[in-house]
Every structure is written in C-alpha cells, then in structure tokens.
Write a new protein. Sequence first.
Length: 196
Amino acid sequence: MKLLAFADIHNDLPSMKRIQAAVKKHKPDVVVCAGDFTVFEHHIGTMGKWLDKLGRDVLVIHGNHETEEHVRALCRKSKHLTFIHNKIVTLNGITFLGHGGGGFSTREPNFERFVKKNTARLKNDYVLVTHAPPRDTILDKLPFGHVGCKSYADTIRKTACKLAISGHIHETFGKMGRLGGAVIINPGPTGKVIQL
C-alpha cells in the first residue's frame, strides 16, 4: 500500500496545490490527514470538500485547530473521508489507529484507556496517526526541550506499531526517525509518500 500523509496545511493554498499534485503524480491508495487542516475551523466546509475531491480514501483526525464534533460531521457528509479519532480501521489490509486533537498534553488518558481496551487488536503491525508527536523523539524536540506525548511514545514502544504519523510541531516538518520498532514521521504540509 502507498500512503500520502500530511499535517498542518492550515488552509494554505500552495500546500493544498502540492498535495493535489502529489496525489496525481503518486496515485496513493490512501491519504492520511493528521489534523490542523484549517485555522481554527475557518472555511472548514471548503477544506472538507477539497479533501473529498482528492478522490482517494482519506483518513482524517482533528488537530488542535479543529473540534472532534465538527470533523466527525464533516466526514459523515463526504464520500471519501473517514474520521478515525479513537478508532481502529483496516483499509486494504493495513490497520490504522487514530487519535486527534490535543497537542499540548504530556499524557492522554482517554487514548491510554482506548489502547488498553483494544490491546488484542494492536498485536499485529499497524499505523498510528496522531496530531501531537511522541515524546522524547526527533519529532518533538525544540530548543527548550521535548514537548510531545508520553502516552503515544509508550504505545509505540509496547505494541506492534510499524509507522507513526504526527504533526503539530512546525519546527520538525519533514523529519523522520525511529522509536522502538516503528518509523516515526512528521510529514508537514508538503506531505510525504510512504510505501508500506
């Protein structure tokens, strides 16, 4: 499966055009949006239509610039959008776990409870999609320290996560690293094509 992942486009027209061009060029099987596709939900309807017009299955979580309720409603109205916050979805044989929102918490207790409840479903390879990055990694390192989420980092280390996609930290756009057995990536607004 070929993925095109992006995050934090924030209604930016040049970024949107780059994503459209990447979809046309690479023909991904699925597109992953790791949140913050708006600026505090301005033009959220227009952005939803744009995502839908990419013409691929698009897995979406909300960032800190969108609310869970509005993005869920947006996805329900769309042909190609699937809201994966607090869900485990299998698409073309690949399992995805999504958790949106936040971005400022060291711990996400709701996420931890969800993972504990679904441990059996995370014993095989899967892709984690979050808005905030995992803690103590290349993706959350700023000049004054690490700002990511320990809940995500612990889950990546303790489960069969093979790929973790996140955004939120603009300073780490385009960076990629490893955590446990997983590749971790912040695709940023220009997007990254990933072959699974």
